[in-house]
Design a protein around this ligand. Sequence first.
Ligand SMILES: C[S@@+](CC[C@H](N)C(=O)[O-])C[C@H]1O[C@@H](n2cnc3c(N)ncnc32)[C@H](O)[C@@H]1O
Length: 332
Amino acid sequence: MVDLPDALRAALLTETAGMPRKQLVAATQRLIGQYRSGSAPGAPILASATDAAAYAAYRMPATYAAIRGALAEAARSAPDFAPRTQLDIGGGTGAALWAAAAVFPTLTGSTVVEQSASATAVGRRLAGAAPWPAVRSATWLAGTLAQHAVLPGADLVTAAYLLTELGEAEQRGLVDRMAAAGQVVVLVEPGTPAGFQRVAAARRRLTDAGLHVLAPCPHGNACPLAESTAAGDWCHFAARVNRSAEHRQLKEASLGHEDEKFSYLVAARFTGRPGAGRVLRHPVQRKGQVLLQVCGQDGTVARTLVTKRHGRDYQRARKVRWGDAWPPPDGD
Ligand SMILES: C[S@@+](CC[C@H](N)C(=O)[O-])C[C@H]1O[C@@H](n2cnc3c(N)ncnc32)[C@H](O)[C@@H]1O
């Protein structure tokens, strides 16, 4: 379960306090519909102050959790990576700023590019409550990516849930610019087949540009799931998020949590810690055995049956979760 930083949870409540509930619920339902449609929007989606507040309240907890999950894997696969600067493109209300500061305490400065003035206004206010100077002092660049011919270079360059809002040529341009701007590039997209295919296309482009894939893939070969549509499978993961009472109210949902499905990629100008395999599905536990679906270092996906006869590995397999490395690094 991923919990929001206390300061963010409190700031989100302050942000929506006093706003008419009916309007917030209506904006939330409209945004849910737009994001579910999956098509690139013709105009900015976060168009008003109510939209931006609704987005922050109902959506940011989930995007924060997914981005944090991806960044935690970046940290695991590159233990010596100690970024000082971050560039976040399409930053919305700032989820990636908060997630990066939580994972990388070495960050001292961040820049956000965001086209929506309403999202920026909310993001700035929320950031003002952060315990991390890098978040509080972030520079917010107004306007679209196309309006910024020059982007600041940064150790860590992130774009979360952005490719989905861009046309194909713009997606390619974004990926190229991220590759040029950063030491480590992190992309996060919805964990749908279409979201995965966008990440897979970016992966091909980044490796063509000479970057190394650090996560989730334990190899730099072609992605076996992207190349084989016959498998009908796609690489995605899930982050469980607590829902506050307000979150439930806005989404008109009753469950106390939600599972945010996401696809992601971490690529870098340097090679990472040699990776183990990656667990691609919820492990299936039966009496005396655990069945794992693992993407391996050889670039193939295979089912691995771990039984009691495997001793220590069996104990580790019982604890391993969807998205974890397999076998776990020693000490985990
Ligand atoms: C779905 S939101 C994701 C926000 C944030 N990254 C998150 O994960 O919560 C996509 C954001 O990208 C912004 N965006 C879309 N196209 C953009 C562009 N061409 N230039 C700058 N920002 C853009 C939108 O305004 C929106 O705030």
